[in-house]
Design a binder for this molecule. Structure first.
Ligand SMILES: Nc1nc2c(c(=O)[nH]1)N[C@H]1C(S)=C(S)[C@@H](COP(=O)(O)OP(=O)(O)OC[C@H]3O[C@@H](n4cnc5c(=O)[nH]c(N)nc54)[C@H](O)[C@@H]3O)O[C@H]1N2
Ligand SMILES: Nc1nc2c(c(=O)[nH]1)N[C@H]1C(S)=C(S)[C@@H](COP(=O)(O)OP(=O)(O)OC[C@H]3O[C@@H](n4cnc5c(=O)[nH]c(N)nc54)[C@H](O)[C@@H]3O)O[C@H]1N2
Ligand SMILES: [Mo]
Length: 761
């Protein structure tokens, strides 16, 4: 066999030629080059569709507002490959189940509604009417409304999401598990408790005005490439960019802007991070506490201008209790937990102190741990000390995942809805919505395993592959009476059908959506609370596909009839849905007129205006103790984070490379510190098994992962999701968030069984 070096160091800057080349390749590969290029050019412009890639904002200034990974997302959706009844007649579900996730998605777009036939183990075509009737029959047979689970993935438009939550509440449940439960739940809940609103407080242009930007636990080079532009410009303006990331991420070190030809041509690449700290997995709360401890010391030592004392007095509550907690936390504890030295944290604190305007951003490296909620609140604490809220160039910025995940929540996709939302729906629509909290994602799966769920409807996403503890999650889905997936492409979730199952093929964001009253647009909300219109332009690949909004309306009409609401009239004219949104949700007055504003309109954020919907009416400091230990009672030699490669969108695998980390042609790799490798007597390229250390006697193990030495602190490991989801225990969730602890899985590793035997031989 020819030896192919799998791991090559990536020496160029992130972005740049590599990025252009990869974009071109994806555009051309997708069998519809011209249309794809045209699509790209309209992405994120005032007219056209919103990039389905990520939730970063857009300034509508540059002519080519796309990035390599946005391009992949669009071309992947706009492919002309498709699968139809013939495909499903040829392949049984058990056969398809044996294929990789990459293979499944690669087959192309779903074109017609399908129903699972358990007798033959094949999906077969079904009419839309029969599909809706089947759903209605199953729902009517439920003993109570909470036997229904309504999952949402964050691409669904505001209009589809609004109808969906209304439908669920009219049936009588708040069971709205969603991808956000596995994602930024800690940000929403933490911010809400601290500042009264669960969203970021800054505008996109605040990046230009900041003196220091702290980037915690995120990999923008891959997951929010357009953020690199903002960071780069900030760096050019002299801002300090301080990164806290367990791994050395190329995209956070250097970046060449692929949209500026000169930068691509010269090897000159701007550096991004001015300081780079590599804490232990889960060590960020300790790191921020260390910074605060250093600052408190300076302040008590008589240094002026450490804190914004006027801000503290006027706008905050509870600083003293937090200071007492800081005093009670030793440097030893901080250093052990964070993995950073006292001096490193003092240096980071000094950068913070010297800056008049500080932004903190974060993503999954902060939110997918056991104590994530308190970590988010510790970051808020730090910002409050300096009054870095409600002024230009400063604030809090959780960088969202899916392109409309923030909008979904705004529309009421929330298993713990506020009384205000329910009151408003009750009054406007004249019904009594359920008041008890519903299930989040992990609770929904647990209910399925207890046989309490009769019907699961999934508005997008790939629950089977995205949720933790894969064998248990798959078992959970199989136990449902009926599973309904509203999807663009074939995925793992379709192959673990409930006793009865439907796949409903939907239009994507890039496609023209024509209803009875003509062409429709939808709206979405980005990470900066900007709401804007999105209008698809491509022709749908099949006339049998329907828009998400039309599908939700069709289901609601079949189940609830027209008595309370004429659902079909709403899906014939989305303006009518927006009128209902305007009448029931704050910030959406004159919604339809507002949609004409190029670039969208700002929903507003009370905390950014220093109005705090908290019990004290002020921003609340959190005085949570630093956890004693991150591993609890468990005695595991390693902690594993599960993360994304450069060539994937969550469970959608575009390719097998992870260019910036130097990995090519494979995904089953395990990043490890070279000293750990030596201590274990293993070597680069060895294959290992990874096993979870947990307390319920269940074996959770994945096999044959190739060892890759990497710049990561000792005791910490990294491997790709979703391949490692079988390792994340379903009941290992964040305190107060219910989010699976995907970034801190206690594990041990051993040489893979087959390697062991060959070495002995
Ligand atoms: N191309 C592309 N874009 C995407 C996605 C995609 O899959 N592909 N997914 C979208 C979604 S839904 C989301 S939520 C976002 C995800 O965006 P990210 O949060 O960037 O996603 P991850 O790949 O999970 O990366 C986690 C990063 O945090 C670091 N990290 C992990 N644990 C810790 C820790 O404890 N402390 C610190 N300081 N760092 C840590 C990791 O080393 C890694 O750099 O991206 C969105 N955009
Ligand atoms: N171990 C581990 N697990 C994780 C994570 C992790 O870091 N580690 N990250 C978590 C995070 S942050 C998230 S957000 C979740 C993601 O969870 P999900 O949102 O459930 O998963 P996706 O992979 O984004 O969903 C992809 C599927 O959505 C469908 N789809 C694509 N576009 C559209 C559309 O426009 N409309 C409709 N109706 N369907 C569409 C396609 O069929 C595709 O197969 O995974 C979580 N799981
Ligand atoms: Mo996410």
């Amino acid at each position: 066999m020819k030896f192919k070096p799998a791991i090559k160091p990536y020496s160029a800057a992130a972005g740049g030629w590599g990025s252009l080349e990869a974009t071109t390749r994806f555009v051309l590969d997708s069998r519809h080059a011209l249309k794809n290029l045209r699509n790209l050019m309209r992405m994120n412009k005032a007219k056209g569709f919103d990039c389905p890639g990520c939730a970063w904002g857009d300034d509508n200034k540059s002519t080519f507002s796309f990035c390599e990974n946005g391009a992949k997302a669009v071309t992947w959706e706009a492919t002309r490959r498709f699968i139809d009844a013939q495909f499903f007649a040829a392949h049984s579900v058990s056969k398809l189940y044996q294929q990789s996730d990459y293979f499944l998605e690669y087959q192309g777009r779903l074109t017609e509604p399908l129903r699972y036939n358990a007798r033959t183990d094949h999906y077969e075509p079904v009419s839309w009417d029969d599909a809706f009737t089947l759903i209605s029959t199953h729902i009517r047979q439920m003993d109570n409304p909470d036997q229904l689970e309504l999952y949402t993935s964050g691409r669904a438009s505001n209009e589809a999401s609004y109808l969906y939550q209304l439908f669920g509440r009219m049936v009588g449940t708040n069971n709205f598990p969603d991808c956000s439960n596995m994602c930024h739940e800690a940000s929403g809940s933490g911010l809400k408790r601290s500042i009264g609103v669960g969203k970021g407080t800054i505008h996109l242009n605040d990046f230009e005005k900041a003196n220091a930007i702290f980037v915690f636990g995120q990999n923008p080079g891959t997951n929010h490439p357009r953020m690199l532009h903002s960071l780069r410009h900030a760096a050019e303006n002299g801002a300090q960019i301080v990164t806290f990331n367990t791994l050395r991420e190329r995209g956070l070190e250097r970046f060449a802007d692929p949209q500026k030809p000169l930068e691509v041509v010269t090897p000159m690449a701007g550096s991004i991070s001015t300081s780079y700290y590599q804490p232990n997995l889960g060590g960020d709360m300790a790191a921020v506490r260390g910074m605060a401890k250093a600052l408190l010391e300076s302040w008590r030592g008589g240094q002026r201008d450490v804190f914004d004392e006027q801000f503290l007095a006027e706008h905050t509550h509870g600083a003293e209790a937090w200071f007492a907690e800081i005093d009670g936390t030793s440097w030893q504890h901080i250093v052990r937990q964070s993995g950073l030295s006292e001096q490193q944290l003092r240096d980071a604190a000094a950068i913070w102190q010297q800056a008049d305007r500080v932004i903190c951003t974060w993503a999954m490296g902060i939110t997918q741990h056991k104590h994530s909620l308190n970590t988010v609140r510790e970051i808020v604490n730090l910002q409050l000390l300096g009054g870095h809220l409600g002024k230009p160039g400063a604030g809090l910025c959780p960088v969202r995942g899916h392109s409309n995940v923030q909008g979904n929540r705004t529309m009421g996709i929330d298993e713990k809805p506020s009384a205000a939302l329910l009151d408003s729906l009750a009054e406007h629509f004249g019904f009594e919505p359920p008041r008890a909290a519903g299930h989040n994602t992990v609770q929904a799966l647990a209910a399925m395993l207890r046989d309490e769920v009769k019907v699961l409807i999934a508005l997008g996403g790939n629950l089977a592959a995205a949720a933790p503890d894969s064998p248990r999650t798959e078992e959970a889905l199989r136990r449902c009476g009926l599973t309904v997936h509203i999807s663009t492409k074939l995925n793992r979730s379709h192959l673990v059908p409930g006793k009865d199952a439907l796949i409903l093929p939907t239009l994507g964001r890039t496609e023209a959506d024509v209803q009875a009253t003509g062409r429709q647009f939808v709206t979405v909300e980005d990470s900066f609370s900007m709401v804007h219109a999105s209008e698809g332009i491509g022709n749908p690949i099949a006339s049998t596909q329907r828009s998400e909004t039309a599908i939700v309306a069709g289901i609601a009409d079949a189940v609830l009839g027209k008595e309370k609401l004429d659902w079909l009239a709403l899906s014939a004219d989305y303006n009518l849905i927006r009128d209902h949104i305007a009448a029931t949700l704050p910030g959406f007055a004159n919604f339809n007129q507002q949609c004409d504003i190029p670039g969208g309109f700002y929903l507003g954020n009370a905390a950014a205006e220093l109005r705090f919907a908290t019990p004290s009416g002020k921003a609340e400091f959190s005085a949570a103790p630093l956890p004693d230990s991150l591993s609890g009672e468990l005695d595991a030699p390693f902690v594993l984070q599960t993360l994304r490669s450069h060539d994937q969108y969550n469970t959608t695998i575009y390719g097998l490379d992870d260019r910036y980390r130097g990995v090519y042609g494979q995904r089953e790799v395990l990043f490890i510190n070279p000293e750990d490798l030596a201590a274990l007597g293993l070597k680069d390229g060895d294959l290992v098994d990874i096993e979870t250390v947990w307390n319920d006697g269940i074996l959770r193990k994945v096999s044959g992962f190739k060892i890759v030495p990497y710049a990561i602190p000792r005791g910490n490991l990294a491997a790709y999701y979703p391949e490692t989801n079988p390792l994340v225990p379903l009941d290992s969730v964040g305190d107060g968030t219910g989010t699976p602890t995907s970034k801190s899985v206690p594990v041990k590793i051993s040489l893979a069984a087959q390697v062991k035997s060959s070495r002995i031989a």
